[in-house]
Write a protein that binds this ligand. Structure first.
Ligand code: SF4
Ligand code: SF4
Length: 80
């Protein structure tokens, strides 16, 4: 991992809509047919980008590197 910023998907909130996977232009996600979005290339994520978080209809995305001070809940999954 080359940087301290990448998405973390809360799979308790995720509805597997695919928006994050379709939206990210940097290939950070891969699609897992059974589990939905997986963070496959975290090193490709752009530090400070909130693009997929802003697109997610379920508010299921937060970021490693952005967690201190942010209220999070449920089970976050790291697919790395
Ligand atoms: S946009 Fe949100 S709800 Fe949709 S697949 Fe991604 S994390 Fe899940
Ligand atoms: S934060 Fe930006 S660069 Fe990182 S996965 Fe989401 S859309 Fe892609």
């Amino acid at each position: 991992m080359s940087q301290g910023w990448y998405p973390i998907v809360n799979n308790e909130l995720c509805n597997s809509c695919g928006v994050c996977y379709d939206f990210c232009p940097h290939g950070v996600y891969k699609w897992n047919e059974e589990e939905g979005p997986a963070v496959a290339q975290p090193e490709n994520c752009i530090h400070g980008c909130h693009g997929c978080e802003n697109q997610c209809p379920s508010q299921a995305i937060r970021y490693y590197g952005d967690l201190p001070g942010k209220k999070i809940g449920g089970a976050f999954r790291l697919d790395i």
